[in-house]
Write a new protein. Structure first.
Length: 575
């Protein structure tokens, strides 16, 4: 259906211009556009109540659609490297080029065949237009192959018919029928191979539905009786121009209405013009598609093709076996980006470098708590992490990182992960304030080592008070402790008799400081390998103070943490 004519009133209103922020006159008028997509009327929409239960047949288009969209098409060596990657990933159907239109593609197909590069369980596909001499050249490129997919196409939409090819519907039907006939003739000439035929009504999603069905029925009628394999009907969103649910309706309507449904495999080929290639493909699978054409990382014309990795990982995250190997995304990214010279975005779905990284404080806290509760052999349930990063070769070191937007949870996670230090809850706010201040100052991400240094510099205070030594005199139920504390180069000695328990030890030690009224608020001790780390919170007058210490001796670390808190008090008074 062609876009409706623009009336005079609309033409006049379209002359209205605006000036943007940098002073350039802009024409921006939405009434120039309307939906060109034909929406079928489904009496009963079934796809909406279905769930995907298995992965589709994956078809790589990297060496064709992907390659033709590059500023600099791949050379032979790059194609070979990409071919090896596609095989290693586990793809079983691979489009390798357009041999009748490109000598480079022709030579590459011959290299694959003559050098026996195609595994027994892999089928290559080649593309051709529906023209006799091009079809003949295509078959010649495949001489000696055991099996292959011959993929031919012609455009069917009103815009293509009227404005590009200037032919009517009958002309389009003739092109499609002649193409099928030529291909059938060539399969007889090259009878040693097993040929699977694929047909694409290009611009399917913008073609009248009755006409799409007529074209495809003619192709099936010509190819079907002589072909022991099902014909592949590939239904693309050549330029995506509608919401994904409309495409799903189109696929379901086509699947229900096409004659000889048992003789065809429905394939889809989605593009990302509206940012919905993956969603369109998923809904199309629900609607009856069994085969999906895509590229690694979504390379392709304009905004790209469907990204195989995105859709495969979407299914994987729902407990569906994708039947391809995505356990080493870093290697995949390296090869694809070298071949295409297109960098990957750090937020690329599933495998971008920042996908499993949380800077938000609330996100970090939720991840930290969820990971602690997550058990082996149970369904993955971790907030903000839809899958376990380890499944695709990532580790938890990149999950939580600190910047000015981060909070207590991330800070605690990093200290526990890299230093095994488990911060007690009452230390989080004071330390987080200092970390936030440092991050704001630097305007950069903070490493776990920088966070540890903030903790050390602000809570591990060994001056001016310093524990020189202590001596135990054991009696029946008590310990006799002799402690020496150095204050401003003066030595004070005191003899304390206390019970052999941590809290009384600290209380007695605190009470020995007669010139201050010190209240013990909280304490925490943790063993890390051969060391002890202690955190203590005391109150002097109205000031809350936190001290921390590390030592090989358990009791020594108690005393040192108290002195650290007292040193903080002295520092605050001097300041």
């Amino acid at each position: 259906m062609l876009r409706p004519l623009i009336n005079k009133q609309m033409q006049q209103s379209m002359l209205i211009t605006t000036t943007n922020l940098i002073g350039i006159t802009m024409f921006f008028y939405h009434k120039k556009y309307c939906s060109l997509t034909v929406c079928p009327k489904l009496k009963q929409r079934n796809w909406i109540n279905k769930k995907i239960s298995k992965s589709p047949i994956w078809v790589s288009e990297d060496l064709r659609d992907g390659n033709q969209s590059l500023i600099e098409p791949m050379n032979v060596e790059q194609k070979k490297n990409l071919w090896t990657l596609l095989i290693n990933v586990g793809l079983k159907e691979i489009m390798v080029g357009f041999p009748s239109a490109s000598k480079a593609d022709f030579d590459f197909v011959r290299w694959l065949i003559t050098n026996k590069q195609i595994p027994e369980d892999v089928t290559i596909a080649v593309l051709t237009q529906a023209r006799k001499h091009l079809i003949q050249c295509t078959f010649e490129s495949l001489f000696g192959i055991k099996n292959a997919i011959i993929h031919y196409y012609n455009s069917t939409s009103p815009i293509q018919r009227d404005r590009v090819f200037k032919v009517n519907k009958e002309g389009i039907l003739e092109i499609a029928a002649k193409g099928a006939t030529y291909i059938l003739q060539q399969t007889k000439t090259f009878s040693n191979g097993v040929w699977i035929i694929e047909y694409t009504p290009e611009s399917f999603s913008n073609t009248e539905f009755d006409f799409s069905l007529i074209v495809c029925d003619i192709v099936i009628d010509i190819l079907g009786p002589k072909n022991i394999y099902k014909v592949i009907l590939n239904l693309p969103t050549t330029v995506d121009s509608a919401s994904p649910h409309i495409y799903a309706d189109q696929i379901e309507y086509f699947s229900k209405t096409i004659s000889k449904r048992d003789k065809v495999i429905i394939s889809v080929h989605t593009h990302n013009d509206r940012g919905a290639a993956a969603t369109s493909a998923e809904l199309a699978i629900l609607a009856g598609a069994k085969r999906v054409e895509c590229t690694l990382l979504g390379n392709g014309e304009r905004t790209g093709n469907l990204d195989l990795i995105t859709l495969a990982m979407n299914l994987y995250s729902q407990g569906i076996e994708p039947k391809i190997d995505l356990t080493c995304p870093e290697e995949l990214i390296e090869i694809v980006t070298k071949c295409t010279k297109i960098p990957i975005h750090p937020r690329h779905p599933w495998i971008g470098s920042l996908v499993f990284t949380a800077f938000s404080g609330s996100h970090q806290d939720a991840i930290r708590k969820s990971l602690k509760k997550q058990k082996n052999n149970e369904i993955w349930q971790v907030a903000y992490l839809p899958i376990d990063p380890k499944d695709i070769g990532r580790n938890y070191k990149s999950v939580i990182r600190l910047n000015s937007q981060s909070g207590k949870g991330g800070m605690a996670f990093l200290l526990e992960r890299d230093f095994k230090i488990k911060l007690p809850r009452w230390t989080l706010n004071p330390l987080a304030h200092l970390v936030q201040k440092e991050s704001d100052k630097k305007m950069l991400e903070l490493s776990s080592y920088e966070i540890y240094n903030i903790l050390k510099n602000n809570f591990f205070l060994e001056k001016p008070l310093n524990l020189l030594n202590y001596i135990f005199f054991k009696t029946k139920n008590t310990l006799n402790i002799f402690s020496k504390n150095q204050v401003n180069y003066k030595i004070y000695s005191s003899k304390i008799i206390i019970e052999y328990k941590p809290k009384p030890i600290m209380l007695k030690f605190i009470s020995s400081w007669k010139f201050h009224r010190i209240k013990l608020i909280n304490y925490y001790i943790q063993k890390i390998n051969n060391y002890y780390i202690a955190f203590i919170k005391i109150k002097i007058k109205e000031t809350n103070l936190i001290g921390t210490a590390i030592d090989l001796e358990k009791f020594s670390v108690y005393f040192k943490s108290i002195l650290s808190a007292l040193n903080k008090y002295i520092y605050l008074r001097i300041k």
